[in-house]
Design a protein around this ligand. Structure first.
Ligand code: NAD
Length: 355
């Protein structure tokens, strides 16, 4: 019997982890805390209640919302403003107050309850200019990393944990990295037990994809409802590449981490689909057309979008070596699961995803 608090528990990652944990361990008490800032998160509440996850309306920026009389065994921090573009227009306050100060409040809560801390961090902690400087070549369909790279921690397999950290990375990436640093101080001086998962793109059902965050769902939704899309940057080629991890693959890892917590405490892992589960926008289009049977107009925007990078692939060798975890679901399965969800909840989702 465990009690687990999931911050951001109505969001895409949080609600899926909450549901899957409760489904696998019906005796555990799972509390999903969320301030419902993300449009569409409110739709996930009914889905959580159905299986017996407790929903708590709360804001991690307010310490007063984080007072619990009952013991907490684990805190999973999946609450954030997760957009790479957020704050770049001149107001980073929400990001700093949620992604950094809010996480510090959760770290204090973990200290108070002697709870294990699972931090959902991001590949966006790696600096933009360094990622832009990587050597890659172009095929008919995508960019590919070359073997020879200017920095340590990068190979054809992708970006490893040893990749350099100096340079700007967006307010989103910076607030997540700053949280990682504070978390490490809690580990060192307050004996907090924690694990950091630096995730590449994650996707799956219940993600409220929008132009600045959640590209895989956005792409499938626009095909589903036959709405326009754009290949932005890189001459409008659509060859920019990301790896992607099915949310169920992330669940498999978090499940492992909870059960084997003493083995993973103190670790930092790069987690993602890796080269085997990666896509260019062109390839994503191809797969969406195949699954939906719909073709949608795609505009070409030649100039690059601020903060964008041509290619990011997670090198998950370390986590695979140490835990045996690896991504099992491929792109086709992921997109099919998203398509089935859109079809099932079409009426509800139309107002949010068909814009
Ligand atoms: N989705 C991805 O591709 C991806 C990739 C790497 C890392 N991550 C990380 O995963 C975590 C979850 O992201 P997601 O994709 O589920 O995003 P999401 O927006 O779907 O979920 C985040 C949730 O946090 C809630 N929230 C925001 N501010 C809050 C606050 N102050 N107090 C309480 N709740 C608040 C939102 O309402 C939302 O429901 C984030 O930490 C993000 O950095 C996501």
């Amino acid at each position: 019997m465990k009690q687990i608090l999931i911050a951001g528990g109505a969001g895409f990652v949080g609600s899926n982890l909450a549901f899957l944990l409760k489904n696998k361990y019906p005796d555990w008490k799972i509390i999903a805390l969320d301030n419902l800032k993300r449009r569409g998160s409110e739709l996930n509440i009914a889905f959580l209640k159905l299986i017996g996850v407790e929903f708590l309306h709360g804001d991690i920026r307010n310490k007063e919302d984080l007072e619990f009389n009952e013991p907490i065994d684990f805190i999973i921090d999946a609450a954030a403003e997760p957009s790479i573009l957020a704050g770049l227009e001149g107001t980073p306050d929400y990001l700093i107050n949620t992604n950094l100060k809010g996480t510090i409040h959760l770290l204090s809560l973990a200290k108070k309850h002697n709870a294990g801390f699972i931090f959902i961090s991001t590949s966006r902690i790696y600096p933009i200019k360094k990622l832009e400087a990587l050597n890659f070549f172009e095929t008919d369909w995508r960019f590919e990393l070359k073997e020879n790279q200017p920095f340590i921690g990068c190979s054809v397999k992708g970006i490893a944990e040893t990749f350099p950290l100096s340079g700007a990375r967006s307010f989103y990436g910076a607030t997540k990295l700053a949280s990682e640093f504070i978390l490490q101080e809690y580990e060192e001086f307050y004996d907090l037990k924690a694990v950091i998962n630096r995730c590449g793109v994650i996707a799956g059902p219940r993600q409220m994809g929008k132009v600045d965050q959640g590209v895989v769902v956005l792409w499938m939704a626009r095909h589903f409802w036959k709405k326009e899309l754009s290949y932005i940057g890189y001459n409008g080629s659509g060859k920019q590449v990301r790896d992607v991890m099915h949310i169920h693959d992330l669940f498999d890892l978090i499940d492992y981490e909870i059960i084997h917590f003493t083995e993973v405490a103190g670790k930092i892992y790069n987690v993602g689909g890796g080269h085997d589960v990666s896509f260019s926008l062109k390839e994503l289009t191809d797969c969406c057309v195949e699954i939906t049977g719909n073709k949608t107009p795609i505009n070409k925007v030649l100039s690059n979008r601020i903060g964008d990078i041509p290619i990011y692939i997670t090198d998950h060798s370390l986590v695979t070596e140490e835990t045996g975890w690896f991504p099992r679901r491929n792109l086709h399965e992921l997109l099919t699961n998203i398509y089935d969800w859109l079809k099932k909840d079409e009426k509800q989702l139309k107002n949010i995803l068909a814009i």
